[in-house]
Design a protein around this ligand. Structure first.
Ligand SMILES: CC(C)(COP(=O)(O)OP(=O)(O)OC[C@H]1O[C@@H](n2cnc3c(N)ncnc32)[C@H](O)[C@@H]1OP(=O)(O)O)[C@@H](O)C(=O)NCCC(=O)NCCS
Length: 361
């Protein structure tokens, strides 16, 4: 790479015709669970999203996408990647700065950038961003030929151990209602963030259009007084929020929330192997007694008919206090070893009226 200069790197909006080249630099991303191959064309059609490529000598060498959320005040950075042979030369920095400049120019109201990272992000990232949340990740592998037996075993476990109200599937109207209740929001999203499918959104109704338009399965359970062991930690301490981002003095995670909410969408094909699909199940709240019923419900509803030899990688994301409950429930099913945590990083974006303050992420 002796003839390389950053000045020869050109940043352009990504188009449908760049698909193959972007995929060509994406080998092995996210341990084979990269969602970009499946989402690329869908993302191009989203007016809240921007997608950029970097080119060097006419070839695509990097990709980055941004998504405007939280009513237009936050931008999420997603799917950053640099061609393996071009890494370590500053291209990630160049495409990131270009994307952020573009964002600021078009959306002066954006003040924050947020990104979800698996464990151990580089020190440079941690230096200029705060870790605002971390969640546990528990994953399992369900090959086609073991699917029936595994689901059967989980069903028996639920029959044996599950107590309390059965989980209910929420309609869009019921979801809207849930987001009108500040106590419920505080219990389900103690850090004010809804992390779904590795997107970190403010748990605020301004993001419901995006969520409700994504064909998600919403499942909800709530303890009745008779099956709540203690009311400690279930109090609601906040009045209705007046702004999207939670105040920084938010209390620590309550011990056990009375509710549990969970989300999943139809599994998507991933590059790991032919016929392999990834199913993300995101849990919100801290009530362990509902964990089993929710995971089983998502598996039963979402597992598609797969081609012979196919498999599902199921990735459950939950508050750290639920890790044991999730792991215990899935015991005996082949674990799929990927990262154990996801972190949400947040940084501030330069205000166009104060251009001397540098934007970093
Ligand atoms: C992470 C990756 C994009 C870094 O690319 P790179 O060309 O080696 O990085 P550069 O030499 O351009 O320099 C690093 C710059 O990128 C930033 N960076 C490094 N790792 C990063 C990460 N995981 N996420 C965001 N930014 C990152 C650094 O902070 C630095 O910023 P600066 O120039 O403002 O100081 C590259 O290693 C890669 O493609 N990895 C596989 C995909 C991946 O892990 N993507 C990250 C999140 S989805």
């Amino acid at each position: 790479m002796s003839d390389f200069s950053l000045r020869d790197v050109q940043i352009l909006p990504a188009t449908a015709s760049n698909y193959s080249e972007v995929m060509a630099i994406s080998n092995g991303i996210n341990d084979g669970l990269d969602y970009l191959p499946y989402k690329y064309h869908e993302w191009l059609a989203d007016s809240n999203r921007s997608m950029f490529i970097a080119k060097f000598k006419g070839k695509v060498v990097a990709f980055l996408s941004t998504l405007l959320v939280d009513g237009g005040i936050t931008a999420l950075l997603q799917s950053l990647r640099v061609a393996p042979i071009m890494r370590g030369h500053g291209i990630a920095g160049v495409i990131r700065r270009y994307a952020l400049d573009n964002l600021r120019f078009k959306n002066p109201d954006v003040t924050k950038i947020r990104a979800t990272r698996k464990e151990n992000p580089p020190a440079a990232l941690l230096k200029r961003n705060s870790v605002v949340h971390s969640k546990a990740v528990v994953s399992m592998l369900l090959p086609n030929n073991q699917m029936e037996d595994s689901i059967k075993a989980l069903r028996l476990r639920v029959k044996r151990d599950y107590v309390g109200a059965l989980p209910v599937v929420l309609s869009p109207l019921e979801v809207l209602d849930l987001f009108e209740n500040p106590c419920t929001l505080e219990h389900l999203f103690p850090k004010g963030l809804l992390i779904w499918d590795f997107l970190s959104l403010a748990a605020h109704k301004s993001n419901l259009k995006l969520l409700l338009g994504s064909g998600l399965l919403w499942i909800y359970s709530k303890s009745t007084h008779s099956d709540t062991p203690s009311s400690s930690g279930t109090q609601c301490s906040h009045p209705a929020p007046t702004h999207i981002n939670p105040p920084p003095q938010h209390p620590p995670l309550p011990h056990i929330s009375p509710e549990l909410l969970s989300l999943s969408s139809a599994p998507i094909p991933v590059p790991l192997a032919k016929g392999t699909h990834c199913l993300n199940i995101d849990l919100f709240g801290t009530n362990p007694r509902f964990v089993q019923g929710h995971i089983l419900h998502h598996l039963a509803k979402q597992i598609p008919v797969l081609p012979p030899g196919g498999s599902i990688i199921c990735v459950v994301v939950a508050e750290e206090t639920l890790r044991d409950a999730v792991t215990d429930f899935l015991q005996g099913i082949t674990p799929f070893h990927i990262w154990k945590h996801i972190l949400v990083l947040e940084g501030s974006l330069q205000n166009p009226r104060h251009p001397h303050i540098k934007a970093k992420m």
